[in-house]
Ligand binder design. Structure first.
Ligand SMILES: [Zn+2]
Length: 289
């Protein structure tokens, strides 16, 4: 479920009593909610400033409420409290950052998936997020400039997308190399299966809340880190391994990672310290929902 939260001092509205909605619209929505028969997507269309976002929040809160009353949220249960804070793990804030057409496409993937995939794959980063990537990293042939190579060797680095496996990637490469005489193998046990996706549950909600405390304007959404990181060694300890770096990264910064002039801004360095301080405070067992 996606929505965008405009959170005032008291947090987002979650109860019907907190908003003014045309009785016919409210009646239809509440009836559908009470029957638990909601459509898979709702498009709220209207001019700026009439409260479409607020209404979306009320509908979402009613749907997620632990003790809903006549198609409305109770406003008291843990789910309602999390929705009010904008920290409900099942409420994903993506809408404000997206144009209307993109929102319609994403809400209707059954129809628009090919279009969405084409748009996402148009940028190198988007393309890499959707596919297993292939990068030749090392090549060697002759050992002397006047000697023909008796054998040549090339190392190809694959970044395996979730859903792919080492075995399927190797099989793909073997099919592609069939008939060329090239022999393929896996280099020294460096191969590892793609990491599991971290769950978007209460722990993700804690992380979201801490991020927003440090950076209130942040749009928090899950994403896929493309590179292998050492965090994979923690996979045996917990499924909750979130590869989050509390610094601002531009496309230019990303190019510098593990390259020339790799750096982070001084402001980001300070923000990173504030983030970890806040995270430790939030996880001390008293502030956790
Ligand atoms: Zn509730």
């Amino acid at each position: 479920m996606t929505w965008s939260g405009e959170r005032g001092e008291r947090g987002a509205a979650v109860r019907w009593e907190e908003v003014i909605v045309h009785p016919r619209v409210a009646g239809a929505l509440r009836a559908a909610l009470a029957r638990q028969r909601m459509t898979h997507a709702l498009l709220l269309y209207g001019p700026e400033g009439v409260g479409r976002t607020t209404l979306a929040g009320v509908v979402a809160a009613a749907w997620l409420c632990d003790r809903p009353e006549r198609g409305g949220a109770c406003g008291q249960c843990p789910s309602c409290q999390a929705a009010r804070r904008g920290a409900h793990p099942d409420l994903l804030a993506v809408a404000p950052a997206m144009p209307l057409t993109a929102r319609i496409a994403l809400a209707n993937l059954w129809l628009f998936e090919p279009l969405v995939v084409r748009r996402l794959t148009a940028t190198p980063a988007g393309n890499a997020a959707l596919r297993t990537t292939i990068a030749p990293t090392m090549a060697e042939g002759s050992v002397k400039d006047n000697v023909l190579p008796q054998r040549a060797r090339i190392v190809v680095n694959f970044r395996i997308a979730p859903g792919d496996r080492v075995a399927t990637v190797l099989a793909h490469a073997q099919r592609a190399a069939a008939g060329t005489g090239v022999r393929l193998g896996i280099v020294n046990n460096f191969a590892s299966e793609p990491s599991a996706l971290a769950p978007q549950d209460t722990v993700f909600a804690w992380l979201t809340r801490t991020i927003r405390r440090v950076r209130p304007d942040a749009l928090v959404a899950p994403y896929l880190v493309l590179g292998a990181t050492d965090s994979r060694h923690y996979a045996g300890l917990t499924p909750h391994v979130y590869r989050f770096l509390p610094v601002t990264m531009t496309a230019e910064d990303l190019r510098r990672v593990h390259g020339t002039d790799e750096r982070i801004a001084v402001d980001d360095y300070a923000r990173m310290i504030r983030f970890y301080r806040q995270l430790i405070l939030d996880l001390d067992g008293t502030a956790v929902p």
